[in-house]
Design a protein around this ligand. Sequence first.
Ligand SMILES: [Zn+2]
Length: 373
Amino acid sequence: MLTEGISIGKAFGIPLRLHYSWFIIFVLVVWSLTAGYFSVTYPHWSLATSIITGVATSLLFFGCVLAHELMHSLVAQAAGIPIRSITLFIFGGVSQMVEEPKQPGVELRMALAGPLTSLALGGIFLAIWYWIAGVPEFIKAMCFWLGWINIFLAGFNIIPGFPLDGGRVLRSLLWWRSKDLRRATRIASNVGRGIGYLLIIIGIAMIFFGAWINGLWLAFIGWFLENAAASSYRQLALQDILKGHRVSELMTQDYPIVQPEITIQQIVNEQMLTSGRRCFPVVQHNKVLGLITIHDIKAVPRAQWSAKTVGEVMTPLAKLKSVGPDEDLTTVLRILTENNINQLPVVKDSNVIGMIARDNLLSFISVRSELGS
Ligand SMILES: [Zn+2]
């Protein structure tokens, strides 16, 4: 969910994406700056000045959030952790790390880099606002707001609830002391959830006392934090269950195969409807050519089902994601999630030797978590 959005280019070799929610929040920020803050603080401004300053300030603010997030990533890269992409929300971003830091010291430095960047930016904007004479009023106004919002950003992110930066600082310290990453994550995300609930309660109280816009914001942020904390812990627990288990333990080897020359109508009638399976390897002369899934078939209009063959509609092997039999199950989960697919062929020496599906992983996880092992 956190990787959805549109691509906006690269910085330092890291692909940058904007999350869809960014656009909604961006409009809200422009609107509240233009119609709220600037027109109240500077009532003599023309509407055009308010709007232009509002848009420019919002864009610069976005640049500041990007700088914050990039610093996390650059410190991570310097420590040898590759960053796959950065997705930006207006109040922050998520760096998609290929792996989590291996030492608490690395995590500590990575976590601190962002808030320190925001703090420095805040200081620079406030210095311009305070010391530089002869700057036009609208630039002074922008600097003042950007200065405080960056300091607020630093302050908010340093709240010690995982997965916020401060929560990562807390986790790295606990991890360093106890040498137990899972326990450290559990404590830090529980603190995160606690703070989330606290913000919701304060937000609701504020709504009752009339400050309903700020109250709503606070409650929303609290809800977001509680969710993020709970799901990051779940994800870690999930990876803990899967870690160290291999594809070959879980893959299915008895799957029906189909020939490339049969029609879609045939595979639907003779294979899918009778077996309930959603995915079939397409095989000719003992060689796997590709995979045909229910998704491939649904993309073909029903009227053409008796004309099109499986070979024409299947996804060829070269275009398929696959895994090796010795791959870790955490890798399988990552590939399935990232590509939003349900199954992967298991390939060894360019032969398909099995299939591994999301269902296999799910039942593996549910059995293990029910038995608590
Ligand atoms: Zn951060």
